[in-house]
Design a protein around this ligand. Structure first.
Ligand SMILES: C[S@@+](CC[C@H](N)C(=O)[O-])C[C@H]1O[C@@H](n2cnc3c(N)ncnc32)[C@H](O)[C@@H]1O
Length: 202
């Protein structure tokens, strides 16, 4: 599922789910999955800041954004639009890279055998654009995407400005068993990689 997912309960154990992404390619891909899995999800290519132009106020029970708001120059606009389409008791959930560990400067200090000793971070308050360089083995070409780094206090202000209050924060962590099966998850066992915001309308 791509960044914006809007859920509206339509009855017992049934929901109308809409997935959106500004990238038409992502939506094409999602629709291909829908043809195989038939989950009944409707997909639309659109900017998250425009959802309140398409759906009426209070239309949805839940809006989720998985690792997407930090890729937007104006997450406040997307959160304001989400607040508008949510009903009064609706919930907004979103994840971002953890601002404490995804700082503009970050580097693992290593011992003489190359083992990770501690994560060094700096420039925590330097909010602004960043470039993420994807270098996974499965990529045929190097790939870069823009994103925006913001310290925690800035996210808190954006959330307040959009008309939400924070109900809960979570820092997802893999289990020891998961790290044994997938050693590349070890960083996220030692330090928080992701931050999950659980919001209610103010
Ligand atoms: C890091 S990817 C995350 C994709 C997916 N949610 C996941 O967790 O694997 C960020 C996504 O946000 C989308 N995106 C960026 N700005 C957007 C905007 N203004 N409105 C909707 N989608 C946006 C990008 O096209 C991209 O698909």
């Amino acid at each position: 599922m791509w960044p914006g997912v809007l859920h509206a309960a339509t009855g017992v154990r049934r929901a109308h789910v809409v997935g959106i992404d500004v990238a038409a390619k992502q939506i094409e891909n999602a629709r291909r999955h829908e043809e195989v899995r038939h989950l009944g999800i409707e997909y639309r290519a659109m900017d998250a800041a425009r959802i309140s132009r398409y759906w009426n106020p209070g239309r949805f029970d839940l809006v989720t954004a998985c690792m997407a708001l930090h890729d937007m120059p104006d997450p406040l606009a997307a959160l304001k639009a989400s607040a508008r389409v949510l009903r009064k008791q609706g919930r907004m959930l979103f994840t971002i890279p953890h601002p404490m560990t995804n700082t503009p400067y970050r580097e693992w200090e290593r011992d003489e055998r190359g083992r990770k000793v501690a994560l060094k971070i700096d420039r925590y308050f330097d909010s602004g654009p960043q470039t993420t360089r994807w270098r996974m083995a499965r990529l045929r070409l190097p790939w870069e995407t823009p994103s925006w780094y913001r310290p925690l206090s800035e996210w808190s202000e954006i959330i307040r400005g959009a008309g939400f209050v924070i109900r809960r924060l979570d820092e997802p962590r893999p289990t020891k068993g998961q790290v044994e099966r997938r050693p590349e998850l070890e960083d996220c066992f030692r330090v928080p990689c992701f931050l999950l915001f659980n919001l209610a309308k103010a």
